[in-house]
Design a protein around this ligand. Sequence first.
Ligand code: HMG
Ligand code: MG
Length: 299
Amino acid sequence: AFPQQVRIVEVGPRDGLQNEPGPIIPTETKVSLIDRLAAAGIPHIEAASFVSPKWVPQMGDAAAVMAGINRRSGVTYSALTPNVKGLEAAIAANVPEVAVFSAASEAFTQKNINCSIAESLERFRPLIEQAQHAGIRVRGYVSTVLGCPYQGEIDPAQVAAVSRELIDMGCYEVSLGDTIGTGTPLKAKKMLEVVSKEVSMDRLAAHFHDTYGQALANLYAVLEEGIAVIDSSTAGLGGCPYAKGASGNVATEDVLYLLQGLGIETGIDLQAVVNTGHWITRELGRHNGSKVALALGEC
Ligand code: HMG
Ligand code: MG
C-alpha cells in the first residue's frame, strides 16, 4: 500500500551542485538556493559536503554555505562527511545532521572514496560514535544499489548487508542510491524486498537518478512497497563525479507532481519549487531537467 505521507530530502545543493563543471559556483548562489527551497516548505535539505576539496572542488565552501543560510525552524540541514575530519569540520559549522556514504560495489567505493567497502564501514564507526556523542544524527547512503558503472550487476544481498551494517552502527536511516540510474521498476522492487528483510521499511529511503528516464517509474514501484522517504533534486540537477554517464537525480518537481496525483502529502509548495528550479538553472546556464517545471513555467 502507498504511504499517506512522504518526506522529501532535497539533495540538489549537494548532489546537484557537486558535479557542476566549469567555474566554482558562488557561495551566495548556493545559500540562496537552500533558502528558497526551505521557504518552499522542503523539510530536509542536504546543503553541503565536507569532503576533500581536491576530490570535489565545488563543495570546498561548505563551511561558508552553512554559515550563510538562514536556518528555519522545522527544516533539517544536513551535510555529507566521508571521515572524522569531515565530521569535525561539520561540527564546527554547526551542522545538525551528517551523512556517511558507502556502496554495494567494491569498485565504485574504491573510485569514490579510495578504500574498500569494509574499510569505509570501519572509517564510519568512530565518525558515528563521535557524531552521536555530539548529538548529531547520522544518515547512511548505499550507492550503486541497482547497478555499478565498473562492476555491472549488483547482488541485492550485498545491498542488504551494507545497509544492515550502517543501521547497526547507528545510522537512523539508509538511503538506497541508484547512482547511475540503470534500474527498472521490477528490479527496484526485488532489491527492496531483499533489503527490507534486513532493515525495516520505515528506515529506508529511495535515492534514484534519472539517467535512463526510469526514476519516476522506479519510485512508483517502491512507494507501492511502502517507501516513504524520497531523495530528489530541484530541476534534476546533478550526477556523481565518479559515476560515468550519471545524469541528475530525479527532479523534485516531478516527484511532487507524482505524489500529488497519488494523494500523498508532502507539505511542499510545488510552484515555489518550480520557480526555484527555473532560477537556479538560469544562474548556472543549465537546462532544466524537470518536465513538470517546463510544463508549469515560472510564475
Ligand atoms: P584520500 O586521498 O584517500 O584521503 O581521500 P587522505 O586521508 O589521504 O586525504 C587526502 C587529502 O584530503 C589530505 O590533504 C587531507 O587532509 C584531505 P593534503 O594533506 O593532501 O593537503 N582531506 C579532507 N579535506 C577536507 N575534508 C575532509 C577531508 N578528508 C581528507 N573530510 C577522501 C579520501 C574520502 C577524503 C576522498 O576520497 C573524498 O573526499 N571523497 C569524496 C568523494 C565524494 O564526495 N563523492 C561524491 C559523494 S557520494 C555520491 O554522490 C553518491 C550519493 O549521492 C548516493 C548515490 O547517488 O548513490 C551519496
Ligand atoms: Mg546521488
